[in-house]
Design a protein. Sequence first.
Length: 128
Amino acid sequence: MGKVRQKGTGAELRIRKMLHAAGLRYRLHVALITKPRRVADIVFPRARVAVFIDGCFWHGCPIHASWPKNNAEYWRSKIETNRARDADTDQRLGEAGWEVIRVWEHENPSEASMRIAKRIAARKASRK
């Protein structure tokens, strides 16, 4: 598991490229909660939008999740723990005034980046 990329995954890079091309500027891998530490993949601080790019296997995608047969109990526990942590992160950030956007790695990068851009625009408009 140590060799599994956590930063700069292909899905993340494709979305970042499209967001940048759309003129949006962001910060990368920002710890928004310190205890317990939770790091967002892409952050728009002014709009208070945190984007997480979730891998289908690691976060139990409802469409593409697969449950390994070897060491099945360990993997089910691991993935369910990841899901619970994601829900806890969403709740904590929401309570702190952040909007959380979760993007699955299988999503179309163009559609995902448009969804993110629309939410950022809406958040900025609501603050005026």
